[in-house]
Design a protein around this ligand. Structure first.
Ligand code: J2J
Length: 583
């Protein structure tokens, strides 16, 4: 990996983390074999009717690692990994760690826009896809992108439907490779350098194009080990991966890696729907799972109708978006398990309530940082720390928080302070006991059912639709989703209705969960004294569609325009499901 691509921790800091036993020099790719030695024939993974022991898992990973080498993948290559919650996700991620290639975790809901960008930014050599999944042909997308990007030379397909087999049999260009053939007699492979990048997570993003978060072997091993210890996981732990496995929360907080590291069992749910998850909790005697607030709300609703036995469930982790205290208070009485609030980010820092925290803190705070080496600052708009208890932007650095996004020097100059603190864009306060209370955010994103949507990305797409001359996207509060996407639009004449806008964005290949839920036409956008679009004014207006739009020019050329949007807001069709709920 080139030095300018990723920002390492300063040498002295890295040396300290090693000296203090925080970074143990763990190569993630070596873990499955160590687990197999310790836990042998115990069940590691459950998916549907399939059950896989630790030994089987390690064997498969070794064979797949060898298979990737045989297929021409080399250490250091980037591979975009886009698979649903299937055992192959775990096998392939670890096989790539094992042979030193670097998976880039993508959501199954990502489409041409996102995938092309990820392949281009990472210079990916390979793209791992499910085949046709939920009606979308990922293999065809892979072919299209490979035709545009010479760097992409392999599309690995899980479910080939005959297509790839045909190619692999000789009448194709060797682009499409069935994952069934990524399987070879294992041979010795050198381990990865623990300080090197193991994989890339996607940033929730504030910029028009998503950023890649490099996670090193050492830092992620530390994160998962620390959280697994904190939760007291052991061989009796049964973790339900209800949310997408590629989400940092599900993958390593403690999630899949934390659970397997302690000899527990991971149950992969195809989606987080209450009905399916309740049946899995009952059947597999699940003890721990993690969800976003929108999913927790669905589960509470379903609970009233379900007679599923959830008595095995000890802890429900909830994070990813603001948890309303009213919802928090219902978890223990209605689901019969403890609640753990988690504030986290793919960039690193995790805070969570502790098993022995009092009820009030569990309901009203997001707990403490998981590591004593996490450095957390709350600063005012000038970057000065506020007094304890005061509100400000949360800044952080530590042994598992990135020092820079991948290949993004200009963005990094803004996103980090000179001494390496990451500006989270979240607004929070710290209680006298050192617990975090998240109060809002200054970053320009919408958190819709746990999905993060960068306003800038949607705005850039909207601005390319014929007729639209300017667009501004803001969150609007929603009881069920937490927030929805509200777009203010300026048009030069024609005002395409929301259905047309959505279709246009889909056509451009934007993931469904980023499509605006509502749109309103205005004569112009309000500006701050510095001439930037005033998102505060727009957010307030979105929350109250009937309130006067104070910034609008009055008279016949002003509000008359916006009335075209139904009741000031144009709605269309059923809302798009959040990608966190996948189904
Ligand atoms: C309010 N906002 C929250 C919370 C995250 C565990 C849990 C979550 C994530 C995650 C994660 C929040 N209350 N409890 O990676 O390992 C918002 C903040 C934050 C952003 C990060 C994990 N928990 N958020 O959500 O990278 O705005 O990670 O900066 O997807 O989600 O989003 P993401």
């Amino acid at each position: 990996m080139m030095l300018e691509d990723c920002t390492p921790w300063p040498a002295a800091t890295a040396a300290r983390y090693r000296r203090e036993g925080i970074w143990l020099g763990t190569d993630l790719g070596s873990l499955p074999r160590a687990w197999a030695r310790a836990y042998g024939t115990d069940t590691a993974l459950v998916a549907g009717e399939q059950r896989m022991s630790f030994r089987e898992l390690a064997d498969r990973i070794d064979r797949r690692a060898a298979g990737f080498v045989r297929a021409g993948v080399r250490p250091g290559d980037r591979i975009v990994l886009q698979l649903p919650n299937v055992p192959e996700f775990v096998e392939i991620a670890f096989a790539l760690f094992r042979m030193g290639a670097k998976p880039v975790f993508s959501l199954t809901s990502h489409r041409a826009q996102e995938i092309r960008h990820l392949c281009e930014l990472s210079g990916a050599k390979g793209y791992v896809v499910p085949g046709v999944f939920r009606g979308f042909d990922h293999t065809a997308l892979g072919r299209r992108i490979a035709a545009e990007l010479p760097s992409l030379t392999k599309v690995f397909v899980l479910d080939t439907d005959g297509d790839a087999d045909q190619e692999a049999d000789g009448d194709g260009d060797g682009l499409v490779v069935p994952l069934g053939r990524v399987d070879a007699e294992p041979f010795p492979l050198p381990g990865a350098d623990p300080s090197d990048v193991a994989f890339f997570l996607l940033s929730g993003g504030t910029t028009a194009l998503p950023k890649l978060i490099p996670r090193t072997h050492d830092d992620y091993a530390y994160q998962t080990r620390t959280v697994a210890e904190l939760l007291g996981l052991g061989r009796d732990t049964v973790y339900l991966a209800a949310l997408p496995v590629e989400f940092n929360f599900t993958w390593g907080c403690p999630g899949v890696i934390g659970t397997l590291s302690r000899g527990g069992t991971v149950v992969l749910a195809p989606d987080p729907t209450a009905d399916g998850c309740f049946r899995l909790i009952e059947r597999e005697r699940v003890t721990l799972t993690s969800v976003v607030p929108t999913v927790a709300r669905l589960w509470l609703e379903e609970r009233e109708w379900s007679d599923a036995d959830l008595s095995s469930l000890r802890v429900l982790q909830i994070g990813g978006a603001r948890l309303e205290p009213e919802l928090a208070a219902r978890i223990t009485p209605e689901l019969g398990c403890r609640l753990q609030q988690v504030f986290g980010m793919a960039e690193g820092l995790l805070t969570m309530s502790r098993p022995d925290d009092d009820d009030h803190s569990v309901l009203h705070t997001q707990g403490q940082p998981v590591s004593e080496s996490d450095e957390v600052l709350i600063v005012d708009e000038h970057g000065h720390p506020v007094p304890r208890g005061g509100t400000g932007e949360l800044l952080t650095r530590g042994p598992y928080t990135l020092r820079g996004y991948y290949r993004a020097p200009e963005h990094n100059a803004r996103a980090f302070t000179a001494d390496g603190f990451y500006r989270t864009g979240d607004v929070a306060a710290m209680t006298p006991e050192g617990r975090l209370v998240v109060q809002g955010r200054i970053k320009d994103i919408v958190i819709r059912g746990g999905d993060k949507i960068a306003a800038g990305e949607v705005e850039a797409q909207l601005a390319t639709v014929p007729g639209i001359s300017a667009a501004a996207v803001v969150p609007v509060p929603d009881e069920f989703m937490g927030e929805r996407i509200y777009a203010f639009l300026v048009s030069r004449g024609e005002q395409p209705p929301l259905t047309v806008l959505k279709a246009a964005l889909q056509e451009r290949g934007l993931a469904d969960f980023k499509l605006p839920d509502r749109a309103e036409y205005v004569a112009r956008l309000p500006l701050t004294p510095l001439g930037k679009v005033d998102k505060k004014v727009l957010a307030a207006a979105a929350a109250d569609p009937t309130a006067p739009r104070g910034w609008e020019p009055s008279g016949p050329t002003g509000r008359a325009v916006s009335s075209v949007g139904a009741g000031t807001a144009a709605s269309a069709g059923p809302p798009t499901a959040p990608s966190m709920t996948k189904g």
